[in-house]
Design a protein around this ligand. Structure first.
Ligand code: ZN
Length: 101
């Protein structure tokens, strides 16, 4: 199990390595029991990734990324990229991505 999660962290870091500065990916050793991923709704897809963003107030999106729990396989890249796109340029916080470890 630990290996699978570690792989997820590695995959995400690799995915986001260069073009997306301001994204901070950290392992979470105290994540708790992962739930079904609601973002993709894929059967058996467990949400082991939390994404915290700080979107601009006037974002043209019905559901801006403030806090999402998502699965690494289907959703993480999409949601993180959205969080990057929506991030308030005045925000001094990086987008924080916690991965169950
Ligand atoms: Zn998902």
């Amino acid at each position: 199990m630990t290996t699978a999660y570690a792989t997820s962290v590695w995959t995400l870091e690799t995915l986001l390595a260069q073009p997306f500065r301001g994204v901070e990916i950290v392992p979470d050793h105290d994540y708790g029991e992962p739930q079904q991923c609601e973002w993709c709704g894929e059967a058996g897809a467990l949400a082991t990734v939390r994404v915290y963003g700080e979107p601009t107030e006037d974002i043209d999106d019905i559901e801006p990324i403030r806090l999402k729990e998502i699965c690494p396989e289907n959703c993480a890249a999409d949601v993180i990229l959205r969080a990057v796109a929506e991030q308030d340029p005045r925000s001094r916080k990086p987008i924080r991505v916690e991965v169950a470890a």
